[in-house]
Design a protein. Sequence first.
Length: 563
Amino acid sequence: MKKTTGAAKAPPAGGAPTAQEKFGQKMRELDLKAKEDETAAAAFSLNLPYISLVAFPISSEALKIIPEAEAREKKAVCFYFAPDDIRIATPEYSETLNEFTYQIGEKHHGKVQIYLVSQHSFEVALKLYETLPIIIPITKDINITDEELNRFQTSIANLQGLQALFKNVSITDILTLMIAAALKTNSSDIHVEAEEKGIAMRYRIDGELHDVANLPKDQWKRFVSRIKLLAGLKINITDKPQDGRVTLKLTSSSIDVRVSTMPTTYGESIVMRILHSGSKGVTYDDLGLRGEAYERLRKEVERPNGMIITTGPTGSGKTTTLYAILRTLNEPGVKIITLEDPVEIKMAGINQSQVDPSRDYTFAKGLRSILRQDPDICMVGEIRDLETAEIAIQAALTGHLMLSTIHTNSASGAIPRFLSMGVKPFLLAPALNAIIGQRLVRRICESCKKEVQLEPEKMERVKSLLGTLPEAEKKNVNMDDLHFFVGAGCPTCSGLGYKGRVGIYEIFTMNKEIEQVILSTQVSEYVIQEIAVKNGMVTMVQDGLLKALSQITSVDEVFKVAE
């Protein structure tokens, strides 16, 4: 008998499976069966229904309820959909899924039931998305009609009555009511804070925080999950700060809301900043500039190059002032580019760029890119370091008008701040056009304005400050007949006595004397302030007192922010 040599021939293609293949297939089936049994047991322990989707007929209408990208992210797929019955399967159940499914039920007006499925079963369902020609995305915008807004705003009489209104609305309507009340009261920020025994809700109106409602603590998880879901934040992350954005799609317009969350002792603090449309923003004439300061700054703004710097603490209106100047300069033949952190108000006709330090896109790197875009006017949100300062100064010296902000307490403090960064004095002196120091004070409500008598000590303080005014301003003030006003509180101002805000300013422009001080070794805020006052600068507190004499604000407001 001849022995055969070489490799054994493989069975012909399409032939019967070998014993080894049959054994492997059987083991896979047993493994899948075991995993299905484990999932069924887990479902029982979680008090959830269990289902296998391997042979379940899932309709395309059901799949479209949750788009594929979101299904993979949330680990949830809709496998059955009827007008009043929505069934969603997940391989990994968590508490955060309840809010997600709740929103689906609200949107489609049906009751949602969550089922537990195995990972294999879930992947079988995900493959069915390949059969869908179109997947409809879920928008993160909040659609509010003017009718809904008006319905809530009509029922809002004042801040004190909001507590009762919030108690009588659903979680879905709380956000609409919150926005409606904020818009009616001209609030800039909504603060929602978890406390030990409840949820504190506060509005920032004209720079002041006001308590408006205290909600039950048991609503917290559902409420915060809804806000996070709409703002595109991760619902399950509660121990790290997050930032997001949501757009309110009103019938006639849209409003952006910037959402910030931060972990606190009893939960999280959520702040929603309402960013109004750029087309309705403050103009140059609305800033509250007056007299010589108005004319001086107008002249510097019209120059083709140099730096205009605004100074002041956070929340003093620096960016608003820069936006007002940009609106004045925004003409068809002018190229304007801004670099901001973040871009809060979008403006037509202006190229706005947002820095992102996490991607190494800083103010300095962004400013270098801006200058390669051949702009006429640049605006940098803030000068924080030497590199940004040097690039901005070089731009101002080479034919660009540069607008920016710097954190100091007064206009005269900006120059020592630049020098402390390491800026070369011989470059800074010719680059600066004007420096603006500013604060915001509340306007007296016109509907409840009344005259008030100041205490003798306070009146003496006022007269002392007004007595050092420049002659051009002093001649318009009768020091023997000073009248001041306050707001008594009425329904128009929600009982606050104030409605709206206005800026108080000190503005000095460069001159030879200040340039000599910058180039000397004896640079100090006090010396620069003296020179600026000698050259006719009205200080912030003096500007505020002149506005108080004009019945625009109160003496207490001025002293609170400027003295």
